[in-house]
Write a new protein. Sequence first.
Length: 316
Amino acid sequence: MNIRQLEAFHATMETGSVTRAGEKLGISQPAVSKLLRAFADTCGFQLFVRSGAGLTPTLEARLLAGEVERMFSGTQRIARLADAVRKREWGEVSVAAPAALATRYLAHALAPFLAGQPDLHFTLQSRSSPRVTELVAAQQIDIGLSVLPFDHPHVDAEIIMRFAMVCILPVQHPLAEKQVIEIEELRNEPFISLARDDCSLMSIDRAFQMRGVQKRNRIEVPLSETACGFVANGAGVSIAPPFVGLDYSDQIVRRKLLPEITMDVWLLTPNTRPPSLAAERLGDFVRAAVAPFDQRKAGHQPLSYRADAKIGNLKP
């Protein structure tokens, strides 16, 4: 018994004719008949009886046909799966990123891609940058995003974005009328600060120190998204990445800050094994998703935003 015999039997059962089975398989009618005879000999019973100009399957053939049909359904599923893999529409991809990206922005930005990939299983973890690098080095995730550079022999690192932190203000705040905010203007403002273990806090504090300004910390929060929530409710001002606070676009404004505080985002991948096609495609989509904020891009606009800014279409 071989697959060609099973194909001839399956095609004959489907079409009811040896001639049409041959046409379907792209072989001659005698070749189909020969395969059917060999299959019947292997099975040890008759498969078809002649009925006029056609063939009638025996009871034994009908019993066998159900199992053969299931087998060919399985091969068709494998063929569809192979096609999906080839088109990068199937697989499992895991991503870890800092909370500023993972909490809201990546969910918004990657949703269109994932909606078009129904067979792709996607996992997103919110982790600190040091933890992200550990997960990539241990090959526990496919893609890591980090604001810290990472040099490891088993990890490939690529800068995919350099962004400037922005001043987050309540929409009715007097400073919201300005397009550029200087650190000195925040001297007496109640400040919503990030937690001490946040990678951006040192850069923010350094900017205040450079201008001789004492930061008036009023509230300390673990996430930039939380800081935006407090700002939206009038509790103070904050400094955060430009892609956070998307749910508060009608309650906050983002303004360019001087001196400029820039940070890099690195895309990290394990290099001890080739990436899956799905991981490669998702990586490309992540690069495209962060491109609007990348100050290295030619023609990049100053980071000064209106309150009604939308993802991928932030308006100066």
